[in-house]
Design a protein around this ligand. Sequence first.
Ligand SMILES: Cc1cc2nc3c(=O)[nH]c(=O)nc-3n(C[C@H](O)[C@H](O)[C@H](O)COP(=O)(O)OP(=O)(O)OC[C@H]3O[C@@H](n4cnc5c(N)ncnc54)[C@H](O)[C@@H]3O)c2cc1C
Length: 411
Amino acid sequence: MSFDVVVVGAGPVGLCFVRSLAGSGLRIALVERQDEASLRAPLDDGREIAITHHSRRLLIELGLWSRLSEEELSALRDAKVLNGDDHDGLFFSHEEAGKSLMGWLLPNHAIRRAAYAAAAELPEVRIVTGVSVTTVRNGSDGADVVLDNGEILRAQLVVAADSRFSSLRREAGIAAGMHDFGKVMLVCKMRHERVHDQTAWEWFAFGQTLALLPLHDAHTSSVVVTLPPQQMQALLALDDAALGVEMAARFQQRMGAMNVTGPRCAYPLVGVYARHFVADRFAVIGDAAVGMHPVTAHGFNFGLLGQETLSRKLRAARAASEPIWNPQLLQSYEREHRRATRPLYLATQLLAKLYTDDRRPARALRKLALDGSACLGPFKRMVMSGLTGDRDGSQSPMTRIRSLLQRMRPA
Ligand SMILES: Cc1cc2nc3c(=O)[nH]c(=O)nc-3n(C[C@H](O)[C@H](O)[C@H](O)COP(=O)(O)OP(=O)(O)OC[C@H]3O[C@@H](n4cnc5c(N)ncnc54)[C@H](O)[C@@H]3O)c2cc1C
């Protein structure tokens, strides 16, 4: 069968991309190795995705936001960053930013469910599930996408949204810079004795990084802990009751008693940045292009931004009856998305290393950065006006906090 665009990977970004092309007149196929039931009702994978104001606008336009229940939309009002044994840390208030909220937290499985429902209702999209793409063969008048059931889909353009470990990216000859942080991140929903006040925590404690992401219920948060793999194995071996006690101790009882209420999901931390985002009749989007370290909560926000950039260019080409695989068009997507993501990707890599390094110089630098920020009231207020993501919608609140800390770094 023949299509204008074949998208590989029905993760949140591949699904949003397909939805973005709705009504463009392009014939689209979306291929996903998971079965249809897993897309229609995805399992809770523990991730709570911090969403900027700009991303929220995109999710509304794509028709996803209205498909989320009230309990799935958690308001992120304020944030605090703690270092070492600090008690109060640096507080970022929504009032200083002149906003009612800094952002929102949405469960990843709810985003995927809503995105699948929005894509599945499009008549111009054929969704092929339970099938993997094994290879892509380029010819002079199109690309053949070969599926593991033997079927071949002919495409004018292939778009890979097949994760940060994208096999199609490699097959297209695109190299990627990868950094394995040698750490594992555990996410788990927990109920705690004290209320969270809709305040997110980032706590760069010694030997571990902790985060608390406030959910809809005032006593429930997504708790995040980052540790070296062996220590993580020991933590994962605990039963639910013991894990609750252990996490309350790691949080120094600041939230009171804690109890596990959701699945525990562990993610190895690897940052990936593709050397190119395009090749002949080929483009990568989502994590396949830019796979961020989750500490700055930015992977999906960048994925949304990139798919929007590419779909806008494809729509314009289609409206002008120009080929959607035009190399200049694809390169302009690469340039625009690289400009939007590269500086923050590099800053995130740097800061993730600094904030998980417990050697003396790194500790001192972190303390300096936080103390300096706390003292500079006018400067802090100025930066706060940008924290909500309206001035530059591509940045999440947490990324802006990191940017602030980076600016405070002594010369
Ligand atoms: C713990 C954690 C917390 C995070 N928090 C945030 C946050 O707060 N804010 C934020 O913006 N981002 C966050 N992220 C990042 C975000 O989850 C990712 O950026 C996003 O899920 C990437 O989506 P994707 O569609 O590009 O890729 P994926 O979700 O990896 O989807 C890829 C899809 O491709 C399919 N596939 C792969 N190969 C093939 C093939 N050959 N054939 C067919 N199908 C294939 C896979 O089955 C999969 O469904 C977080 C990530 C983690 C791990």
